[in-house]
Design a protein. Structure first.
Length: 476
């Protein structure tokens, strides 16, 4: 067992030796690519107590030092970009070209956090605005919450950690990170950059590994003041019920949809929809899952999106020109096949893909899908997109909003009168015009409504989630 392949248990800035490790097998060829230490609730509690002991020191860290800390980590990440990209591909089989993009985005996320941190101010308040008031010097400022627990998923195992721990540490908190079991080494390498930085706050960041036992200990502890979680609705519901009185930010599932209006550029829309549906093997909360197509252009659009999907190169994630590799595990592949089988039994048909090729579930386009088909009612989280024929904008928006999820929606249209209507009508946290709902800029606020979660990510908005307002009034 190579030391470079063993993820490290960090209790604060101290590496803690463990005797038992769990191997991580590549989703591509099943080879062992890394190991994670076996942790339990005791490790979680030790990390929380150490974080609690460090909160005062972290809160007193000067702003310039925290900004330098973040920029130093971004610099180090960029210097080791290829190493991080390769480990991403090893552990989650993300195609190497997209792994490189994720590393670059993570560095940008950290830099954006440093910038937002430098511009995170309070404001003065005119307390004599009403007759009952009086003139004072009144203002509010933002202070760190204390201990933040961050729980991250497998689909973006580097950038989604960056979206949580960079703002949390930058705001002056202490953090206990529980990364996805599917990418322990990526998390360990990333945490090491923060811990070894000359600007770091000693013991401000801990990393523990595991599933339910560790997660439960972290979430239910009264020490944690904020829980930031990205993952499934089922787990998010458990967290919401067991967290107690603390701040909870939940970025949960999605059932992203778009409407292809009859005025749209059909070729452009079809090509972008193919990209949005199958990027990262469809394992994205905002992967395009439902495409509502105006009946006047339905057949043409279906033909073109099938053609565009067939062009996408599927294969080894280590090849530079691979667009899509395997799903995260065999269970996910079996589940994807069951979705297709179920849809076919309900009258839908696969006009592209639908059958495993060389061990990889390919881009799959399902046509003739109806509202009742299970495949459009739930989050698929696989490379499957469904086409639904509609007769009007009104029908499309009604069907889009019928989902219990509301993360991101989009529309393709050249009818400008539809744009303000669509923005107003969408029951979603994000709305995109003439692009796929899979579009996300890290600088933007990101988060959904309904079952898609509560709270917002994006550096500026995460800093607000990870800080508290302190109101001050000075009477003279």
């Amino acid at each position: 067992m190579s030391n470079t392949q063993k993820a490290k248990l960090y209790l604060g800035s101290q590496i803690v030796d463990k005797s038992d490790f769990i191997p991580r097998h590549s989703p591509f060829d099943d080879s062992i690519v890394s190991y994670s230490p076996v942790c339990d609730g005791n490790d979680a509690n030790k990390a929380l107590k150490l974080a609690e002991q460090t909160t005062k020191e972290a809160a007193k860290s000067p702003l310039h030092r925290r900004i330098s800390w973040l920029n130093d980590v971004a610099n180090q990440l960029e210097l080791r970009a290829e190493e991080f990209a390769l480990m991403l591909t090893h552990e989650v089989a993300k195609p190497i070209s997209f792994s490189r993009i994720e590393v670059a985005r993570a560095a940008e996320t950290i830099r954006l956090t440093a910038y937002a941190l430098a511009n995170l101010y309070g404001e003065t308040i005119p307390t004599d605005i009403m007759p009952s008031g009086r003139k004072t010097m009144s203002y509010f400022t933002r202070v760190p919450c204390g201990v933040v627990v961050c729980i991250t998923p497998f689909n973006f195992p580097l950038n989604l950690i960056a979206h949580k721990i960079a703002p949390a540490l930058g705001a002056g908190n202490c953090v206990v990170l529980k990364p996805t079991p599917e990418a322990p080494m990526v998390a360990s390498m990333f945490a090491e950059l923060f811990i070894n930085s000359p600007f770091s706050t000693h013991n401000a960041l801990s990393v523990v590994y595991g599933d339910a036992e560790v997660g439960s200990a972290l979430v239910s502890s009264p020490i944690a003041r904020v829980i930031s979680f990205t993952g499934s609705v089922g787990v998010g519901n458990i967290i919401a019920k067991s967290a107690g009185i603390k701040k909870v930010a939940l970025e949960l599932g999605g059932n992203a949809a778009t409407f292809i209006d009859k005025s749209a550029d059909i070729k452009f829309a079809a090509a972008r929809c193919a990209y949005g549906a199958f990027y990262n093997s469809g394992q994205v909360c905002i992967s395009l899952q439902r495409v509502y197509v105006h009946s006047d252009i339905y057949d043409e659009f279906a033909t073109i999106i099938a053609q565009e999907s067939n062009k996408l190169r599927v294969g080894s994630p280590y090849n530079d020109d691979t667009f899509m590799g395997p799903l995260i595990n065999d269970e996910a592949q079996v589940r994807a096949m069951s979705w297709v089988k179920s849809a076919k039994s309900e009258g839908a048909k696969a006009i592209c893909g639908g059958e495993i090729i060389d061990g990889i579930f390919p881009p799959t386009v399902m046509a003739d899908v109806t509202d009742e088909t299970k495949i459009v009612c739930e989050e698929v989280f696989a490379p499957i997109v469904s086409l639904v024929k509609v007769s009007s904008y009104e029908e499309a928006i009604e069907k889009m909003n019928s989902s219990p999820y509301g993360l991101q929606f989009s529309i393709f249209t050249n009818d400008l009168s539809l744009v303000p209507r669509f923005v107003d009508d969408c029951e979603a946290g994000g709305v995109v015009i003439n692009e796929i709902p899979t579009l996300r800029f890290d600088v933007q606020p990101y988060g959904g409504v309904k079952l898609s979660g509560i709270g917002k990510e994006g550096p500026k908005y995460a800093l607000e989630e990870f800080s508290e307002i302190k109101s001050i009034s000075i009477y003279s």
